[in-house]
Design a protein. Sequence first.
Length: 350
Amino acid sequence: MKIYTRILLITGLMVSMANVSKAQLDFDSFLEAGLADANKLLEAYMAPAFKGIGYGVNAGWYNTARPHKTLGFDLNISVNAAIVPTSGEFFTFNNADYTNVKLSNGTSAQLPTLFGPNLGADDLPELRFLDNGEETIRISAPTGLGLDEVLPMNAVPSPMIQLGIGLIKGTDLKIRYTPDISLGDEDEGSVKLFGIGVMHDIKQYLPVVNKLPFDLSMFVGYTNLKTSIAVDSDLNQFAEFETKGTVVQALISKKIALLTVYGGLGYAKSKTTFGLNGVYTTENSSYTDPISLAYENGGLKANVGLRIRLLFFNLFGEYSFQEYSTATVGIGFSFREGASSTNIPMVPGI
């Protein structure tokens, strides 16, 4: 299997993409063009996938600003879909930015990213690969998956399983966890996830405000996602990526009968690193750990959501406003949810 196909399988695993095989790219040819050009081209092509994962892991942490009573708990399963903006469907290829890869015609062109349209060879610019100035091969530029043709939206999904536990004085501990899961055979790779968050009622400390009929909390959360998949386990070749996300927000919610309207405002950031590890030999060269990419996001995060509660059962959805706006839907169970913070006594000394 081509190295690039394996790379797409990593992304496919984490973002639940069923059509990964649509993207066709002879990655060996890019290594022939040299490490600098291969890294630069792949970084631009893969950007929406890894940026989307970064936004996705910071979403779906809560569906109310009201903490549980002590030892109350909830268990939620959700999917966060980071919507790829139109600007993320293409990237600009300039001949001047590359040494050994050039357009056959012209000096600049718009090429699809992984989350761009799935174009035929006749609709894609042709790329020339050079070795010491001499042309070695010509191929069509890589195409996109064209997911918007088969899915409701062009988005990067991130599934989550999360447990919340009520502690003391209006504090919830939230845990995301997926154990180290093997991908097929033990030597084919693995994926694991860990996240921890804390939500604390701050309305109890605010005179006058603590009498008003809504809930107000602060939240901080951290998620770490690691994935490794074999390119060729016999040759000890693996592709690996890791995403770390942090979010800090003020939360507000209002419960009206069976409905809870909630929202948050704060800051979120993430960093995703991707590496192709091992020794890779092409026709002309041999490379060790040839690909190393990094993507960072950070900025204001605002979201609004709605939860419907039927006995212990919750159905919720929210929308986050950011560069890659993120939609979340989920279901869960909740037991011993706290009373409104208007009934939580003031902490002594405050």
